[in-house]
Design a protein. Structure first.
Length: 115
């Protein structure tokens, strides 16, 4: 059985809940502390493709750093992906990737569909 990968922020309650949900289901996920080890633009783009989301839907637009970075909801996909790679705290979390599928753990139970 391949293990899922979780883009995890230990300071986020939804991320912690999703990680625990994975463990409770018998998985030992690969944990990527994406805030300290930022995913590349290519990795973010690939995750967006798997999620089936536009870049803006993976961004924490309410975070003060979104506005401080001069970003807007109408920026291009390329601009938003570059911003997420530069400021990974802006990535909505957690993201779980497993067997060529991905899910955003909001709510945590949303990841069950890809396991």
């Amino acid at each position: 059985m391949t293990e899922p990968t979780i883009w995890h922020n230990p300071r986020c309650s939804k991320s912690r809940q999703t990680l625990q949900l994975l463990k409770d289901r018998g998985f030992e996920p690969v944990i990527v502390d994406y805030v300290n080890t930022a995913p590349s633009q290519a990795e973010i783009s690939a995750a967006l493709d798997l999620l089936g989301l536009d870049a803006i839907k993976l961004m924490r637009t309410g975070d003060k750093r979104f506005a401080e970075s001069g970003l807007s909801k109408t920026d291009t996909t390329e601009t938003l992906i570059a911003a997420m790679a530069t400021h990974p705290i802006l990535i909505e979390r957690p993201v779980v990737i497993h067997n060529g599928k991905a899910a955003l753990g909001r709510p945590p139970e949303a990841v069950l569909d890809i396991l």
